[in-house]
Design a protein around this ligand. Sequence first.
Ligand SMILES: NC(=O)c1ccc[n+]([C@@H]2O[C@H](COP(=O)([O-])OP(=O)(O)OC[C@H]3O[C@@H](n4cnc5c(N)ncnc54)[C@H](O)[C@@H]3O)[C@@H](O)[C@H]2O)c1
Ligand SMILES: [Zn+2]
Length: 387
Amino acid sequence: MKKFSSIQQSFTVSYSYQVHFTEGIFDYNNPFFMELVDSARNESPVKVLFIIDQGVEQCHAYLKDEIRAYCKRYASVISLKSILTVPGGEVAKNDAQLLNRCLNAIDTNGICRHSFVVAIGGGAVLDLAGFAAGTAHRGVKLIRIPTTVLAQNDSGVGVKNGINWNDKKNFLGTFATPYAVINDWSFLETLDDRDWISGIAEAVKVALLKDPDFFKFIKNNSLSLYNRDLDKMKYLIYRCAALHLEHIAGGDPFERGSSRPLDFGHWAAHKMESMTGYRLRHGEAVAKGIALDACYAYLSGLLSRKVLLDVIGTLEQCGFDLSIPPETDKSELFKGIEEFREHLGGRLTVTLIEDIGKPVDVHEMDFERLSEAMDTLRRFCELKEVN
Ligand SMILES: NC(=O)c1ccc[n+]([C@@H]2O[C@H](COP(=O)([O-])OP(=O)(O)OC[C@H]3O[C@@H](n4cnc5c(N)ncnc54)[C@H](O)[C@@H]3O)[C@@H](O)[C@H]2O)c1
Ligand SMILES: [Zn+2]
C-alpha cells in the first residue's frame, strides 16, 4: 500500500490591463471613463468608490464636484457610492487607521467584485487604496489614476501595492493587477517642484538598466525637465512606463525569484526613507541610492569613471541633491542590504550596472567598499570631482 498520494494541480491565468495617457478624464463631455467602467459592466449601474489623495483634492478644488457631476451625467452606467479623502504622502502607508477607513468604506458602500475602487493620487495613496482593494473580498477591481510623475511612470502602472508595518517599508502588500490605469497629464501642473523632479529618478534608473538612448534623452534634456517642460516630461513618463510594463510582462511579474532587476539603488533608498522618518520622497531617496551604488560599482572596477560622472552628473542636473542625509548612520544603513534580501528571500542579489544599459547582479556587498563609496559620493557633492 502506498504511503501517500498526490494530485497535480496546474492552471494558467493570463493578465492584461491597459495604461491610458490622456487629459481631462472627468470633463463633462469626455465619455472615456464611463466607457471604461461600462466595459466591465455585468450589473447595472456599476458601484464606484473613489479614494482621493488630500494633496490632490487641495490643489484641484473642483475635482469632487466634477466627479459628482460626471457620475450624475452617466448615472445609467456609474453609481457613485462615495468619495473618501485620505492624507497624501507616506503617512498614508504608515497609519493603520487609514487602511481601516478604506476597508470600512468598501464594506459600508457595498463594493463587491463587480464594483470598482477608483484611486486618485500619488504613489502612496495608490498603494494604500490598492492594498485595501486587493485584500477586501480577496480583491475588488481597481482603477488607478496616478497624479505624480513617479506614480505615472512607475508605481501606478505595475502590479504591486504595499504599506509600511513596524517601520518596515512595504512589509504588507499584495500582487494585484489593476483593471486599468489612467495617466491624466492635467494633474501634473499642480505638483510642487519636489514631486515634479522626484519621479525622474525612476526614469534614470530604468534607462540605466535598459535603454541607453533613453538615458541620452534624459541627459540632453535634464535642464528642460528641471524647468518643467511638460512635453519633455510627457515623453519621459510614457517611455519610463513602457519600459516598466515591458519588464513586468517579460520577466518575473510576481517576483518569485531572488532578484529584483528594476530595483537598482533601492536597497539604500528604502533604508534612507525610513531612517529619515520619510522626510525624503521615494524618488529623492532612489536618486541617492543610484548614486551610491554607481560609486560602489566604480570602486569595484565594474563601471568606468566617465560613466559614473555621466550618471551622477545627470541626476544632479535634473535637480537631485545626492548627498547622504546626515542622520544616516553607516552601520544602520548597511542593514538595509539584509532587509532587502529578506524581503525577496533566497540569495542576496543586488543589481548594479557595468555600463549604461548593462545591468549586472552581485551577490555580496563589501561594507568597507560601501563606506568608501559614501566618501566618493560626498566628495562629488562637495567638490564635483571623483578620484
Ligand atoms: N507599488 C509600487 O510598485 C511602487 C513602486 C514605486 C514606488 N512606490 C511608492 O510610491 C510612493 C511615492 O509616491 P510619490 O512619489 O507619488 O509620492 P507621494 O504619494 O508620497 O506624494 C507626494 C505628495 O504629492 C501630493 N500630490 C500627489 N499628487 C499631486 C498633484 N497632482 N498635485 C499636487 N500635489 C500632489 C501628495 O498629497 C503628497 O503630499 C512611495 O511610498 C513608494 O514606496 C510604489
Ligand atoms: Zn522605486
